[in-house]
Design a protein around this ligand. Structure first.
Ligand code: BGP
Length: 481
């Protein structure tokens, strides 16, 4: 017998500014690193950009009306920093604030809890140009100012705040694989930038607790459990290494205020550890998140990096080049100390999505349990969903595959709750279809279909999918299936 979902469980859906808003130069907005990156040929799928996206900027009321119709209890969105402070650190743009004021007002009017993400990857370009973005402590100062503006503006209307979305993903893509801005392949800089962001995260949390005592704040982390391919202790050791490398390196800092001991030693030996001062250590220790946001798509399987083992399973290597959760340290990065730590392989037990992402609902239960066991913070699932190529048939979308995916994950979450995990809510990714950073508009995640594609904006008409009605019922019955 499974426990029911808690009474006030926040059934939600999520989005991010760059992926939905469009209006990239309207009402005083500044340019972000994603505007620049997507405008550079060769960086995104068929050159798709968020210039117009799904034009949420001009469909705000219509989109919130659909959320209300669905019965959504929470809506997670991000604020575009460059709308609020166009150059990242100077004058505040009132028109930018007004847009989010309207959004929050509409949500409140419809009894939908706003969940505000401060940073979902769209750093103001001016900060990148002036300070090299997250490589500089100047950016912490700018971030703090931006946070202060938002905390003061929305402290009475927004209870749930997310600091950084998937720091692990945007720094790995931006600095290890060079597939997100700032498009570098520099491991040392990656660890430096991560440290700077950790400090910014801690500063934001401390400031929040001063200015918004009744609110709750935490980071959203892209978590995946790690499995050893076999019971061979060599593979098990590889999975211990990979867990440090993929999860603990960030979560320990957020939740315990310190870097994991063995991995830090390893980085120090390889001379790529970040520069951590005594004041930094104190700051990291002082900041305590109120909850942990978890984004869950899939975990990963690893084996030892002993060469003869790799040869045995070489045929299992099969990675999607655009999977941000891909854990494979690249062999050509000679300075990377992770190379001897583990080798990522495809799981022989799991089916995959059209994009090669493993489908692993049990991994979701494992993830929730592992994170709760280690850090004992309430968990807010801030993303989980299925990207697929939906097809319009007679004006409808019959996305039974998405319903199945979500159903299985909700069941796993219910099992985790029965196990004892304390949960605040669940935001499916995503409410409407939107821009997938590197995959254009054809990779769809929404409950609401948007009539636009990679070739153009078309009508931008909103069409609820079958999954919309299904989720509407789930919410109405508080998760009974
Ligand atoms: C997460 C991001 C989201 C979203 C999602 C799906 O990493 O936080 O913004 O994009 O992944 O990823 P994708 O669009 O690459 O399929």
């Amino acid at each position: 017998q499974l426990d029911d979902f808690p009474e006030n469980f926040l059934w939600g859906a999520a989005s991010a500014a760059y992926q939905i808003e469009g209006a990239y130069q309207e009402d005083g907005k500044g340019i972000s690193i994603w505007d620049t990156y997507a405008h550079t040929p060769g960086n995104t799928y068929q050159g798709t950009t968020g210039d117009v996206a799904i034009d949420h900027y001009h469909h705000l009321e219509e989109d919130v009306a659909l959320m209300a119709k669905m019965g959504l209890k929470a809506y997670r969105f991000s604020v575009a920093w460059s709308r609020i402070i166009p150059d990242g650190e100077g004058t505040v743009n009132e028109a930018g604030l007004d847009f989010y004021r309207r959004l929050i007002h509409e949500l409140r009017k419809n009894k939908i809890e706003p969940v505000l993400t401060l940073y979902h990857w769209d750093l103001p370009q001016a900060l990148q140009d002036k300070y090299a973005g997250w490589e500089s402590r100047q950016t912490i100062v700018a971030f703090k100012k931006y946070c202060e503006v938002l905390f003061k503006a929305f402290k009475d209307d927004v209870k749930y705040w997310v600091t950084f979305n998937e720091q692990n993903v945007f720094t790995s893509m931006g600095y290890r694989w060079g597939t997100h801005p700032p498009k570098l392949k520099n491991i040392k800089k990656m660890y430096e930038a991560n440290h700077i962001i950790n400090l910014a995260n801690a500063e934001a949390i401390n400031l929040f607790h001063e200015l918004v005592p009744k609110g709750l704040i935490g980071p959203s982390f892209g978590y995946g459990p790690v499995y050893p391919l076999t019971g061979d202790p060599q593979d098990v050791l590889a999975s211990v290494n990979a867990d440090d490398f993929n999860n603990n390196w960030w979560l320990d800092v957020y939740c315990r205020g310190e870097y994991p001991y063995f991995m830090l030693k390893q980085l120090q030996k390889a001379k790529i550890a970040p520069n951590i001062t005594e004041a930094d250590r104190k700051l990291l220790k002082s900041a305590k998140p109120d909850f942990l946001g978890i984004n869950y798509y899939h975990g990963g399987t690893v084996q030892t990096n002993r060469l003869e083992k790799q040869a045995e399973t070489a045929n299992q290597k099969d990675f999607s080049a655009t999977d941000p959760y891909l854990m494979q340290p690249e062999a050509d990065q000679a300075q990377s100390p992770e190379i001897p730590m583990f080798n990522s392989v495809s799981s022989p037990y799991l089916a995959k999505t059209e994009w090669g992402w493993e489908i692993d609902p049990i991994g979701f239960r494992i993830a929730l349990r592992q994170v709760y066991e280690k850090y004992r913070l309430p968990i807010f699932v801030t993303e989980n969903g299925l990207g697929a190529m939906d097809k319009l048939e007679d004006g409808q979308i019959h996305d039974s595959y998405r319903i199945k995916y979500l159903q299985e994950h909700l069941l796993a979450m219910k099992e985790a709750i029965t196990d004892g995990v304390e949960m605040i809510g669940y935001c499916a990714w995503s409410f409407t279809d939107l821009l997938s950073w590197l995959n254009g508009y054809r990779k769809r995640y929404g409950f609401v279909y948007i009539d636009r594609d990679d070739n153009g904006e078309r009508t931008q008409q909103r069409i609820p999918k079958d999954s919309f009605k299904w989720y509407q019922k789930i919410i109405a019955e508080n998760g009974k299936q």
